[in-house]
Write a protein of this length. Sequence first.
Length: 249
Amino acid sequence: MTEPLLSAKQLTKLFGGLAAVNQVSVDLWQGRIHALIGPNGAGKSTLTNLLSGDLPPTTGTITLDGRDVTGWTPEKISRVGLGRSYQKTNIFLPFTVWENVRLAAQSRTPHASRWLSRATGFAAINDRANRAIELAGLEDRTHQIAGNISHGEQRQLEIAIALATDPKVLLLDEPLAGMGIAEAQRMVDLLLKLKPAHAIMLVEHDMDAVFALADHLTVMVNGQVIASGKPPDVRADANVQSAYLGEEH
């Protein structure tokens, strides 16, 4: 591709006199994983919320697949190709895995005027849901209650829900948080599987996963970017080591 799928230029978000995000630019390309790291309070989640439309920027621009989506609502941005997950698990716990994903798939096939029809009767929606579940590696959990599957599987379910909306860009906010070694490895494998067909921004504190996955690495501190580039170069940056990574990295 000659252009990034998502491009943000000079984004700033002010809360009163505080700049939670200050003049941050980022480009996300299909087939690449862009990791965003930094200490707590660095502005990572705020930046993610700006890109997804959950927050409007104070200044700056955002383009998605060639469209200026600055200030659009999350629903409108989602419909032109952006999916995301959140820091806290955001699923319907009493519903089955399939029901959770089908609801997301249903959002892409409007049938508002056919309100007497059974939602489960639309083959295209069901197929879309089943493909997303398979891609997320949850075929064996399809009919399990979401609240009864493991934490790692719930995080996979969040990604399946996003995949059911046919996104081009995925914003994933700490998808490995709280996972054991085996669950974390399954998530790493899943992200590598999704990488060729998507542009992915990964916010993550697991440095082993970050350096295993990232093609590009951006470090934020106090709302600003202090380094951005290839992971080995960023890892060796003295300012990054001092502000975040520490001597062990």
